[in-house]
Design a protein around this ligand. Structure first.
Ligand code: BG6
Length: 487
């Protein structure tokens, strides 16, 4: 691994993500002594602003978005002094020249560029950087989603960046990979002896992945409408989780080994068709209702017009490989759900032969379940069978839980913002937790098959009242198979 970049160049520095996540994360890294010596943050956006004016904005953002015990005036002042602001608009060569002057003499200590802008600006920004002489083998570039809206447009975005940077220099951000609980899936699967032998079609009946949000559009109308839950959440975050659950064991924890295995799993997803979307997918859109005791409006009211964009999606996915033959992966995600709740549920099969079931020898036997709660709580819970104490002649079985609260087990550890991990890895040049081009494309290939199926089958979103787990057809999707969503 190379030395950490000494300069961080952020495009989109006045945006929401920068204020909420990127600056607070950089601040936390500084406070923990994790930034390289003589670190410089060059912030850039379109509006003209002085260094001082911008520093004041960052300070306000830190006060608003840092955890309350983290803000320290002295550290914030030191942090402010690390930041300079340079207005830049894509296509304006003189502004890129001015930007290069800010970074003059520092390029040999590495430059990490972060694009927190609309994707239409990715290629022009890369072009501007190239013309200003800012791209060297020590320059890295990170980009936020969305990378395209389908396979073809994602290839265009990747080609645009790929013309200027080698794949080893490109860091595609999926912030779910920065979450401790998502990284912990690797530890759980590959750091323990007892799960892996059972992690396959012989022992597992099905897998559920749920990412529920209580929020609605949150003023993101112009981005969200026409995009919808499938592209916004499934294409990236949920498929990344699925790939980590489904992949073969990588030989080692390095970017090539891990991503090689993830992409194989993603490529094994069975494409959908106009026929299969009818039984394997549900689209929903929220209508007025109540979430957490609050009355909320419907999507179309927030938007101000009717729309065919889904705010909920449920899918039954198949991974056509040896390990997962016949094991459905049920995915669901939506806005205005009853709870903010993300989890993975592994439903094991029943024991091969029950010694309790017959002739009144016992009762209550249930298959085992493993629940991995990703957020807001962080725990791993295994439901196992146990004998109910007592002198009955029959063995009465009850489900008991083996419960590991990660919050309690690591009570002394500060919970990091996902972006802290990702920025640190970007600066260090470690791509393990970033998405490789072939992964993005495998994700889009599968998503395109669903979007194509919806179009051909003319499938529109079904209404669901806010505060519910999607339309009733989402319940039917899983109950047809004799299972039910874990709530
Ligand atoms: C983003 C989506 O990528 O992830 C948002 O665009 C969504 O619509 C968000 O709300 C969820 O992230 P988190 O970290 O709050 O689960």
């Amino acid at each position: 691994m190379t030395e950490s970049s000494a300069t961080f160049l952020l495009f989109g520095a006045t945006g929401d993500l920068a204020r909420r996540m990127i600056f607070p994360s950089l601040y936390n890294l500084l406070a923990d002594g994790l930034l390289p010596d003589d670190f410089l943050i060059v912030a850039s956006a379109r509006s003209p602003m002085s260094d001082e004016g911008f520093r004041a904005d960052v300070d306000a953002a830190l006060r608003q978005f840092l955890a309350s015990d983290r803000y320290d005036a002295e550290t914030a002042a030191t942090f402010g002094q690390m930041i300079v602001y340079q207005p830049v608009e894509a296509g304006k060569a003189d502004q890129f020249t001015a930007l290069a002057e800010r970074i003059d003499g520092r390029l040999e200590r590495g430059l990490s560029v972060y694009l927190s802008t609309p994707p239409s600006l990715f290629a022009p920004t890369a072009q501007g950087l190239a013309e200003a002489g800012l791209i060297t083998p020590l320059t890295r570039i990170a980009m936020e989603k969305p990378i395209g809206k389908d396979l073809a447009s994602s290839k265009e975005v990747n080609d645009g960046i790929g013309a200027m940077f080698a794949e080893e220099q490109i860091f595609r951000v999926d912030h779910y990979l920065g979450k401790e609980t998502v990284q912990n899936l690797l530890a759980l699967r590959f750091g323990n002896v007892m799960f892996e032998p059972l992690w396959n079609a012989t022992a597992i009946d099905h897998v559920q992945i749920t990412v529920g949000e209580t929020v609605g559009l949150e003023g993101r109308v112009s981005y969200y409408d026409g995009v919808g839950a499938l592209r916004d959440m499934v294409q990236n975050h949920m498929l990344q989780i699925l790939s980590i659950i489904a992949m073969e064991p990588p030989a080692r924890m390095d970017p090539t080994a891990v991503r090689d295995e993830k992409v194989k799993a993603l490529r094994s997803l069975r494409p959908m068709t106009a026929e299969t979307v009818k039984t394997h997918s549900v689209r929903g859109q929220y209508t007025p209702g109540a979430v957490g005791g609050q009355i909320v409006t419907g999507y179309a009211d927030e938007l101000g017009q009717p729309s065919d964009t889904e705010t909920f999606v449920a899918l039954k996915a198949h991974i056509d490989n040896w390990r997962w033959q016949g094991v459905p992966f049920y995915l669901r995600t939506g806005k205005r759900m009853p709870a903010r709740q993300s989890e993975i549920m592994i439903q094991f099969k029943p024991v091969r032969h029950s010694i309790f079931g017959r002739d009144g020898h016992g009762t209550g036997l249930e298959p085992n379940t493993l629940i991995i709660r990703l957020q807001p709580e962080e725990y791993i819970r295994l439901l196992i069978m146990s004998k109910r104490p007592g002198l009955e002649r029959q063995v009465l079985l009850d489900e008991v839980t083996l419960d590991v609260s990660l919050t309690a087990a690591f009570a002394g550890q500060r919970r990091r913002i996902a972006y802290e991990r990702l920025i640190l890895d970007l600066l260090a040049g470690d791509q393990t937790l970033f998405v490789r081009r072939d992964e993005v494309e495998a994700q889009w290939a599968w998503i395109d098959s669903i979007i194509g199926g919806w179009k051909d089958a003319n499938m529109k979103p079904a209404a669901y009242s806010s505060g519910n787990w999607g339309p009733s057809s989402a319940i039917a999707l899983i109950e047809r198979d004799g299972a039910s969503w874990h709530e």
